[in-house]
Each structure stands twice: as structure tokens, then as C-alpha cells.
Design a protein. Structure first.
Length: 239
């Protein structure tokens, strides 16, 4: 997606002056300090920063896993800032897919059951769940592992299963927090390439947080974060 196409695409997320603080008094921590941010349909945007920069906090707020202390957050034209937990749960189930560093697969379920779980929770018929599961498993290259449990497959295969699970309910937005952080360099590169391909093929909008600068090569935009704020790229870093 080039800059012109991105500018013309509809907004998926908008953050206005988002603040997040934890604790009180001298123990207060300012995780986010007035962040403004737009994410448009079809983009793959990387939040790049060290641990503690605020990128995961911002991801959690935009994904509906947390709420800001101040500021406003919108999904399309719907404000999420003051939504109750029931509304945030619907938002997550219907519109957002999540990929985490440590996979978060349920160890007592096979990969097939892990992938299909969001659709089962949404009440889809079993035949539809199975069809979607198999289609995505084929796309991410783990059809031969569907009957295995997480502890029986590699880290790269677990992350591919997690990506399939995140997409099985056909969300508009995929939120990925350090998706390569628990993988070796080869598997990490495979996962990033896969996410970029799925962004192009499915049109799913992706917001990805990482501390690894090489991941930014796959992004349409890279946003650098430091001390709870978005900052200009350091010299020699991708922009």
C-alpha cells in the first residue's frame, strides 16, 4: 500500500491524546503521555520501541484489552473510551484478532480446536468452523499438525496456529504484540513474511509492536515510541 492509497483508505482506529497512568503519587508510572494515532484500512503498521516504551500498553488499549486514563479511542466511528466490559468483549470478539509473544494456545486442545475456538464462541455451525479452520491451517502451512497438541509442535508452528486462530473469525484488525519475541531468527522471519502476505491477500489491517528493528522492513509505516510517546526515528532507523 503506497502513501496515496493509505491516505484515501477509511480509518479503522483513531487515538486522540491517549494517556495511561498506573499507581498514585510518587509511585505513579506514565505509560502513555498524550498519544495521537490513526490506523487506516489495509495498513500494516509497526510500533517500534524498547521494553517500557509504551507500545504494548497502546496495543492493549486499541485492542480493547485495557482502557485509557485520559484521551479518546475510536474504532471506525464508534468511541470505545467509555465502553463497558460487555461492549469491549463484543468489540474484541467481532472485530479484533490477537497474536501474542507466547502464543497463548490452550494446552488441552489440539491445534484444530485452538484455531476454531473463536468461531465456536461466536456460535458458528461446526461445519463452518471446520471449513474455516482447515482453510487457514492450509494457508499458514500446518494442516499436517491439526491433530497435534501445542506441546507436540515447534514454536514456529504454534505461532502460525495462533495467527490462524486470530484470523478465523475474519476480523478487520489484527493486533500482534512481539509475535517474533519467542522465536529464533529463521522462524521469526517466516512469521513476519506470513503476516505481510496475509495483509496483502486478505486485506486485514495489522498493528504490530516489536523491539526488533528488522521487523519494520515489512511495514507500510513504522512509528517509533519512547517513554510513552511517539517520536521521530533515530538516525539510521527505518521511517
Amino acid at each position: 500500500m503506497n502513501a496515496v492509497a493509505a491516505a484515501a483508505a477509511p480509518l479503522v482506529l483513531r487515538a486522540e491524546g491517549v494517556v495511561k497512568t498506573y499507581g498514585e503519587g510518587e509511585a505513579q508510572v506514565h505509560a502513555l503521555r498524550g498519544v495521537d494515532f490513526d490506523l487506516r484500512e489495509g495498513e500494516l503498521v509497526v510500533l517500534l520501541g524498547a521494553s517500557g516504551s509504551g507500545k504494548s500498553t497502546l496495543l492493549n488499549i486499541l485492542g480493547g484489552l485495557d482502557v485509557p486514563t485520559g484521551g479518546r479511542v475510536f474504532y471506525r466511528d464508534v468511541e470505545l473510551t467509555h465502553a463497558d466490559e460487555s461492549a469491549l468483549t463484543r468489540y474484541r470478539r467481532e472485530h479484533v484478532g490477537f497474536v501474542f509473544q507466547f502464543f497463548n494456545l490452550l494446552p488441552t486442545l489440539t491445534l484444530a480446536d485452538n484455531i476454531g475456538l473463536p468461531c465456536l464462541l461466536a456460535g458458528l455451525p461446526e461445519a463452518e468452523v471446520e471449513a474455516r479452520t482447515r482453510a487457514l491451517a492450509s494457508r499458514v502451512g500446518i494442516t499436517h499438525r491439526l491433530s497435534h497438541y501445542p506441546q507436540q509442535v515447534s514454536g514456529g508452528e504454534m505461532q502460525r496456529a495462533a495467527i490462524a486462530r486470530a484470523l478465523v473469525h475474519r476480523p478487520a484488525l489484527l493486533v500482534a504484540d512481539e509475535p517474533t519475541g519467542n522465536l529464533d531468527s529463521a522462524n521469526g522471519a517466516t512469521v513476519i513474511s506470513l503476516l505481510a502476505e496475509l495483509n496483502r491477500e486478505l486485506g486485514v489491517t495489522i498493528l504490530l509492536a516489536t523491539h526488533a528493528a528488522d521487523v519494520a522492513a515489512a511495514a507500510h509505516r513504522t512509528i517509533h515510541m519512547r517513554d510513552g510517546q511517539m517520536v521521530d526515528a533515530p538516525a539510521g532507523m527505518p521511517v
